[in-house]
Design a protein around this ligand. Structure first.
Ligand SMILES: [Zn+2]
Ligand SMILES: [Zn+2]
Length: 251
């Protein structure tokens, strides 16, 4: 990794320690209330927390696809009515836009890993996650080449504090990325899914058999990656798979 970039990342991660984590994790300028508050309030000032509010209406509850009308009650989208997802439940925080997108990008590409815990707290505040019954959290793995280049897997960085907040064991090694996805252009949906499925492997099916699992990622775009990972886990014997992502892109 570039030494200057490495130094910048180290300094960015030290910043909250130098400021004793009493400032807003997003804007760094506003002071936070005393410790004891939960969720977004524990990490963000009221103005930033408002910009990071969870999307409670106007989305498909099965795949998270935002609906054109943000105030409509959640309702399945046409794609899910035709072909429901393989996963049992899906949890999203908000559309991948505005401040949420900025924080995810800062965490992912500027190495501001101190944002992983505040981001995990946003996801953990989802009321559905408090009552779901997953027995293990599995971050979507990065291909080893990309992991070597970036130095960390942002999905794992977010899943680690999320696992503590939800009191669910983290099982990062049970799903591996064996190769990058092949170019997907011009392929049918089923061919794309088949391609992607080849990119994942479950090396210890005995540890997955009969268990309820939850996949965690920072952003869900088309859902193809989550689908492929879900298919591999179900084929390995998992009882059920749910998915959780902070940001959902609007297609
Ligand atoms: Zn703020
Ligand atoms: Zn849908």
């Amino acid at each position: 990794m570039n030494p200057a970039l490495h130094l910048r990342r180290r300094l960015a991660n030290l910043l909250p320690l130098l400021t004793a984590e009493r400032r807003c994790a997003a804007c760094f300028s506003a002071f936070l209330p005393p410790p004891g508050s939960m969720g977004a309030e524990a990490f963000f000032c009221p103005a930033c927390a408002r910009r990071l509010a969870r999307r409670e209406k106007g989305y498909c509850p099965l795949c998270g696809q935002p609906a054109p009308w943000p105030l409509e009650p959640p309702a399945p989208c046409s794609a899910c009515l035709i072909s429901p997802p393989l996963w049992e439940q899906a949890f999203f925080h908000a559309i991948h836009a505005d401040l949420l997108r900025e924080l995810i990008l800062r965490c992912k590409f500027q190495g501001q890993l101190f944002l992983a815990r505040p981001l995990a707290a946003l996801l953990a505040s989802h009321p559905g996650l408090a009552v779901q019954e997953a027995e293990a959290l599995l971050p979507i793995p990065l291909h080893p080449d990309r992991l070597a280049h970036r130095g960390f897997n942002q999905a794992l960085e977010i899943a680690r504090p999320l696992a503590r907040m939800l009191r669910i064991p983290l099982a990062a090694g049970l799903l591996l990325r064996t190769r990058s996805a092949f170019p997907q252009t011009g392929l049918s949906r089923s061919a794309r899914l088949h391609n992607l499925r080849q990119a994942f492997a479950a090396p210890c099916p005995g540890k997955l058999a009969g268990r309820r699992l939850m996949l965690v990622d920072d952003v869900m775009t088309t859902g193809a990656t989550m689908h492929a990972a879900t298919a591999v886990l179900l084929a390995a014997g998992a009882r059920s798979v749910s998915v959780a992502a902070l940001g959902r892109t609007s297609l």
